[in-house]
Design a protein around this ligand. Structure first.
Ligand code: TXA
Ligand code: MG
Length: 317
């Protein structure tokens, strides 16, 4: 056990966070999607420490965070299509899965044996400043114990990882609230995880809809196992008729709902609130309780919201 520090989102906090990262320690930090559990991606011990702190299976590779496209091009091979995507969506909630450069210098544990590397350029100003001050690529999965709900506040991070990481940089709640979209460019481009960049926006740049390899026998993003984002309570989806004893989570007008993702039916607001509301509903329901969630449309961020909800509702291993 170590006492996990909480740093304020000011120059001193960023400097202390960067110094800890450079010394090989693990520091959670805010991005516009969710909080990441950061460790220097060229440092074997730091990267192995990330897997240990999360209890993450070693076959599930990590996303590398850099401040800009120039830094990304030192780690992965970009073709014209990948560069067009980067120019359109970076900095922002898009992760690109690209061929790893042989001279990238990353810890071999980052890619878990894959010939590709997942790269993300976050837009959050604190993440940007931290990456620039650290001056090295930073591996960062979501800062939650493996299989649990991703954190969108520093308190969420501490709930799951206090005592296991050196510090958290507290930037308040995350604006997007869902993890990044993961895309593998190519023919056809493949959407490995719906997320903060809506599929409709990708299609405008790609000139086609990305394929969803949902039916592939093995998940291509190995973290996308069916049960994930799991609360302790059981979860029932598309619930318009809450039953006695269920905690009803609404979307749009839902009179009597205990909690509501967005009273006005706004998908961006629902995304930003989703993980905090799942945590609250879980507490209200208790360990053997039941959560019922109103239908959420599949457009815009609704695709990613439904993806996370169906994982929260999936049978547990
Ligand atoms: O928004 C986000 O992406 C957040 C913030 C912190 O940046 N990070 C995040 O990381 O969600 P994580 O580890 O929770 O999810 C990363 C996903 C996993 O499902 C992993 O399997 C997949 O990315 N992944 C990583 N490297 C990959 C690769 N080379 N090929 C395919 N999938 C990969
Ligand atoms: Mg995660």
């Amino acid at each position: 056990m170590i006492a996990t520090l909480r740093f304020a989102p000011d120059a001193a906090g960023i400097a202390r966070a960067a110094a800890l990262l450079r010394s090989g320690a693990l520091v959670a930090f805010p991005t516009e999607t969710v909080y990441g559990l950061g460790g220097v991606a060229t440092d074997d011990a730091a990267v192995l420490g990330i897997y240990a702190a999360k209890g993450r299976p070693s076959h599930n590779p990590l996303i590398v965070h850099v401040p800009d496209l120039a830094a990304a091009e030192r780690l992965a091979l970009f073709d014209d299509a990948a560069r067009a995507l980067a120019r359109a969506f970076w900095p922002g909630p898009l992760t690109l899965v690209l061929p790893l450069r042989p001279d990238a210098g990353l810890s071999r544990h980052i890619t878990a044996g894959h010939p590709t590397v997942a790269i993300r350029v976050p837009a959050h100003p604190l993440a940007q400043q931290l990456l620039r001050e650290t001056g090295l690529p930073v591996a960062a999965p979501s800062a939650n114990p493996s299989g649990k709900i991703s954190p969108t506040t520093a308190d969420h991070v501490l709930d799951g990882l206090s005592g296991r990481i050196a510090a958290v940089l507290d930037g308040g709640p995350c604006a997007v609230g869902l993890e990044s979209t993961i895309l593998a460019p190519g023919t056809p481009p493949r959407l490995l995880r719906p997320g903060g960049v809506p599929a409709e926006d990708l299609a405008r740049i790609l000139g086609q809809n990305p394929a969803r390899p949902a039916d592939a026998p093995l998940p291509e993003a190995p973290g996308q196992l069916a049960s994930h984002y799991a609360p302790d309570a059981s979860v029932r989806l598309n619930a318009t008729d809450p039953q006695p004893g269920e905690i009803w989570v609404g979307f749009g007008p839902c009179p009597g709902a205990a909690l509501n993702l967005s009273e006005t039916g706004d998908l961006d607001q629902a995304a930003a609130r989703l993980f905090d509301i799942l945590r609250r509903a879980d507490r209200l329901a208790g360990p053997v309780g039941r959560i019922a969630i109103a239908p959420v449309p599949l457009t815009g961020l609704g695709l990613a919201i439904n993806d996370r909800l169906s994982r929260a509702a999936a049978p547990r291993p």
